[in-house]
Design a protein around this ligand. Structure first.
Ligand SMILES: Cc1cc2nc3c(=O)[nH]c(=O)nc-3n(C[C@H](O)[C@H](O)[C@H](O)COP(=O)(O)OP(=O)(O)OC[C@H]3O[C@@H](n4cnc5c(N)ncnc54)[C@H](O)[C@@H]3O)c2cc1C
Length: 290
């Protein structure tokens, strides 16, 4: 396993911001992953895993620790009966493609979620009334201490939340799917993607939903829109004119710009609606939302 130094995280996040990771590795097998985790533990380094970086804001100052991106066997996908087995670094697009090819439905909801299997578990990602907890049989979770297969219950999956610690890596997952004709799957995906394109800035650099939907009659997007925040810009970051729960990199954005917008959105939602918005995007490095 090769450890690289000072690898730019801006290239590994969909918003395209963030400084460098002091250490970076791409383990391709479970043995390499364990080796990397033990290497970091021996040096007292923090560990974080990056999937497609589609729900991630990394500190502009960089991340002092080992950042992992799973590759090779740890990003491969295969079908076993009605079970889809995917490496933690496998993209949702490849999983969906394989499922459709095998005539297995149930993963269509993830067609517009541009992440990986591991990121989906960590976030309990979801859309259109489904989420990872509904399809996950179990996930193989590794840390410097060892590894274990954990069920959705054991992972504590709830709305955009899991109980995984930052140093725990989802190395492999098993999804339970159900037989469905490929043509039907294709049609459902086509409809869902069309819905997405009509309502969300899918062709811009964003990190997906900024905030979780609050327990309120308005979702986070409608609430921020009512606060007059659509198009609000700080530095190179802009609240999407299309959907106010997205922040776009409008050109030259930094993580600090995005965080300043996040703080302003939280302040306005609290002032106007008395609601404390909770951020959905995950933070990497020494940064916090105020
Ligand atoms: C255009 C767009 C649309 C989106 N739509 C949706 C949506 O409809 N629903 C939804 O839920 N989300 C959505 N998202 C957000 C995002 O795609 C999901 O949260 C996705 O599951 C993140 O996966 P990732 O692999 O990119 O994770 P990353 O963004 O790389 O990381 C997210 C978190 O997961 C952790 N992580 C990543 N891989 C692993 C691993 N192997 N093991 C352990 N931890 C890991 C990271 O450390 C971090 O804490 C959208 C994002 C974009 C840009």
């Amino acid at each position: 396993m090769r450890v690289e130094e000072n690898v730019e995280l801006a290239r590994l996040t969909t918003i395209g911001t963030g400084g460098a990771a002091t250490a970076f590795a791409r383990p391709t097998t479970i043995a390499e992953l364990r080796e990397a985790l033990v290497w970091a533990a021996d040096r007292g380094l923090a560990v974080a895993t990056v999937g497609l970086g589609s729900n991630l804001l990394a500190a502009d100052e960089g991340v002092d620790g080992l950042v992992l991106k799973l590759a090779g066997d740890l990003a491969a996908v295969r079908v076993e009966g009605a079970t889809l087995v995917a490496g933690g670094g496998a993209t949702n697009a490849v999983c969906l493609h394989q499922a459709r090819g095998a005539g297995l439905g149930g993963f269509e909801f993830a067609c517009a979620i541009p992440g990986t299997a591991g990121g989906g578990v960590r976030m309990n990602a979801g859309a259109y009334g489904s989420d990872w907890s509904k399809i996950l049989v179990r996930a193989r979770v590794a840390s410097a201490d060892g590894e274990a297969w954990l069920t959705a219950d054991e992972l504590g999956l709830s709305y955009r939340h899991s109980e995984l610690r930052p140093d725990q890596v989802v190395a492999e997952v098993q999804y339970r799917l159900t037989p469905r004709p490929p043509e039907e799957i294709k049609e459902t995906v086509r409809e869902l993607i069309a819905q997405r394109k009509a309502t969300q800035p899918t062709n811009k650099r964003t990190f997906g939903s900024v905030f979780k939907n609050p327990d309120h009659e308005l979702g986070a997007g409608r609430m921020l829109e009512a606060c007059g925040l659509k198009g609000h810009t700080i530095g190179g970051a802009m609240i999407s004119p299309m959907h106010a729960n997205f922040i776009e990199n409008a050109g030259g954005a930094t993580t600090a710009d995005a965080l300043a917008l996040l703080a302003e959105a939280r302040r306005r939602a609290h002032e106007q609606f008395g609601v404390e918005l909770e951020h959905e995007v995950r933070l990497l490095g020494a940064i916090a939302v105020t």
